[in-house]
Ligand binder design. Sequence first.
Ligand SMILES: Cc1cc2nc3c(=O)[nH]c(=O)nc-3n(C[C@H](O)[C@H](O)[C@H](O)COP(=O)(O)OP(=O)(O)OC[C@H]3O[C@@H](n4cnc5c(N)ncnc54)[C@H](O)[C@@H]3O)c2cc1C
Length: 556
Amino acid sequence: MSGFDETFDFVVAGSGGGSMCAALVARVAGKTALVLEKTGLIGGTTCKSGGVMWIPNNPFMAKAGVPDSLEAATHYLNHVVGDHNDAPGASRARRQAFLQEGPRMLDFLMGKGLKFSRISSWPDYYDEAPGGSVPGRTVVADLFNVNELGDKAALLRPNFLNMPVSLEDALQLPHVKKSWAAKKALVRMGLRMITSKLTGKRYVTAGAALQGRMMQAALQAGAELRVNCPVKELIVENDRVTGVVTEKDGQPWRIGARLGVLVNAGGFAMNQQMRDTYMPGSKIEHTSVTEGDTGEMIQEMMRHGAAIAQMDSFVGSPLALPPGAELWPMKPGVQGVTAAPHAIMVDQTGARYMNEGGSYTEYCMRMNEHNRTAPAIPSYAIFDNRVMKNVMIAGTMPGSKKPAEWTEKGFLHTADTIEGLAASLGIDPSALRGTVDRFNGFVRANDDADFHRGARAYDRWLGDPFHKPNQSLGEISEGPFHAVPVIPGDVGTLGGVVCDDRARVLREDGSPIAGLYATGVSAASVMGRTSPGSGVNIGPSFVFGYLAAKDAVAGG
Ligand SMILES: Cc1cc2nc3c(=O)[nH]c(=O)nc-3n(C[C@H](O)[C@H](O)[C@H](O)COP(=O)(O)OP(=O)(O)OC[C@H]3O[C@@H](n4cnc5c(N)ncnc54)[C@H](O)[C@@H]3O)c2cc1C
């Protein structure tokens, strides 16, 4: 190895989900570790996100008496993800490594003082499939007092939820009018706000709690984290990645990596050119990822022969964007509206074409598929006034007065009758009337014979817990009636470089590129083109980061 400005044992490009976990593994093995982050903030989209990790058979399930096993989880992924030649990121060996090593990775982190818990109810998205879990397999970090990071606190990227509330409690809050559990959650949050004021503590939640805790553990273990340090190139000598080129004071700065380089630099959701190539028709204005998600490290790995896969797939996020929202860093989701009782989604001919519940990724894929045969982008959320009163619409509080420009600019449509609403949307009134009547008949029979909405626990979880007999199904019958356009957005891409079960980056011929590892959405997802549950992006990012570092310190 030659001509380096400095040298570490293990170098990580990007400060995403698995980065600090990998750095920690290296430090515990007595190796030097460096994380290079391109932006001025640590944590990536992981830090902004819900921070939920999907870790089947985790210790918190066992503690709560929730049944799970490696076999059940294997069945589940075999069924939901399956074996597809065009999704090598989700090879059987990688799925198995993920399932087997997930609980070990958690044990390792907890052994280093990390604090986690589970969310008591977040069903797998295909909970009816063999091995599916109705309580769910989520793991989240406990709230974190960011002041514990001392002078590094300002480097932690903010979360989308700027409140000192756990995710478990935050999920209750929308039901505060009807639920004692929600009222208690509100009181807990209020008390925390007061004690924070008195003690000077500053709690962050969700992804920021996860990445804040990881940052603390990595720093305490002696890992080095640098911001404003983009990795520009991989250095390859004798067919082995031996380092990276970053920048220092505007000049190239060559850093050697004795044991290997891990790329955890996100996907390409913010790169319109790559979208045009791999996901034509999609737009950077319809994503909520962070600004660093520009895909250049995927391209750099390709330049050195890495194979890529699943580049057409993404983590779906059905959106309703009011005027101006294309510029918001956090785009408002709409599935909470269309999956609520008294609501459906239709295409531009007024036809329903899918279960409005279920996985958000499948939801958006179905929108794209349907749009090939009927105009479905945008589709329309059709709902009655109860939804308007009880559900958040495009980031506004339930029942609140909506901005006048929503109507003026054609975002929100309202009419006293279904036929009037159809006319306002340019849909044949008798078609929409027919769709609503048919759906209302299904509601009365408590059986959505067309799309089976409400049959699975996850659909019902998305609905109204107080609505009977089915939390997901309610007639659309109390005017005025409303509609907003729905488009398929995303919270990240799922395609990237192909890796093996040790997170080594592979060439087209299946041979590993020595010294090069990848995890997170820089790698083709172990979930293929699916989202089997909540946390299926961050969970694998951690697990394959952990495995990469273990492999590297063991000699590769
Ligand atoms: C609002 C929201 C909520 C979500 N909730 C969840 C959830 O609860 N669970 C879940 O599993 N998924 C969730 N997702 C999706 C998930 O957050 C992402 O898929 C995941 O965080 C990606 O993590 P990662 O480890 O691949 O990298 P990231 O967290 O995206 O981090 C990559 C980092 O690399 C940096 N980088 C990029 N290029 C370079 C370079 N050349 N040199 C150095 N650094 C570079 C970037 O700036 C970034 O900081 C959510 C997404 C959003 C937007």
